[in-house]
Design a protein around this ligand. Structure first.
Ligand SMILES: Nc1nc2c(ncn2[C@@H]2O[C@H](COP(=O)(O)OP(=O)(O)O)[C@@H](O)[C@H]2O)c(=O)[nH]1
Ligand SMILES: [Mg+2]
Length: 196
């Protein structure tokens, strides 16, 4: 045991790789809930009371971001950043998107009217960063082929992009969604090495 090691080095040696994942989606899709469900640390949220007409739907909104952490193993730690849902905070997307490995677009299955907003967010994210993403359909018991086709076409996502029903309050479900994203990232690395 050496006492001369700097804190920075110690972190690298024992902490493994830290990567950043962003959770985005329309207002009230369940982003904060998802991060709270899976995070091993108390989620640092900047939720504030809502004073305008959206109060009817939920009492708090995320004004700047949510922040959570999940340790996959000794080699891999995921840092989760939840974006604010309301448009007046969309300047935060680019800040949160900086250096991300990939992202989750969360959509509320109970609110098909939010698909337009989801499509707009996805367009902005695709333009911002060419990194893999998955789509999680929250509060959905299952996904029949017709519904899946409707959502894929509304969001303009290709068949290779994973679209999974999920429950933001259920740890296993959130894990499955994040795993799908990690697989998409690995696929991307594979296809890049083939091209290289
Ligand atoms: N029953 C149920 N409620 C949920 C689920 N996900 C989110 N909620 C609720 O929906 C509301 C909005 O969720 P929140 O995580 O704040 O949405 P955000 O705006 O995307 O961060 C909150 O009252 C949550 O408790 C879910 O999977 N099931
Ligand atoms: Mg939130």
């Amino acid at each position: 045991m050496t006492t001369t090691r700097t804190p920075g080095r110690a972190r690298r040696r024992h902490g493994g790789q830290a990567v950043k994942i962003v959770v985005t989606g329309p207002f009230a899709a369940g982003k904060t809930t998802l991060i709270r469900t899976i995070s091993e640390i108390t989620v640092l949220s900047t939720d504030r009371g809502i004073t305008d007409s959206t109060r009817a739907r939920k009492a708090e909104t995320t004004v700047a971001m949510d922040f959570g952490r999940i340790t996959v193993d000794r080699e891999l730690v995921l840092y989760l950043f939840g974006t604010p849902g309301q448009e007046r905070f969309d300047f935060m997307w680019e800040i949160l998107g900086e250096g991300m490995l990939g992202y989750v677009l969360l959509v509320d299955a109970m609110r098909p009217d939010s698909l337009g907003e989801a499509a707009g967010i996805l367009t902005a994210f695709r333009r911002m960063a060419r990194v893999p993403y998955v789509v999680g359909l929250n509060r959905s018991g299952g996904l029949d082929p017709e519904e899946e086709a409707r959502i894929r076409s509304a969001l303009e996502i290709s068949p290779e992009v994973a679209l999974l029903p999920c429950d933001a309050t259920d740890k296993e479900s959130v894990k499955a969604l994040l795993l799908a994203l990690l697989y998409a990232v690995l696929d991307e690395i594979d296809s890049e090495s083939v091209r290289a």
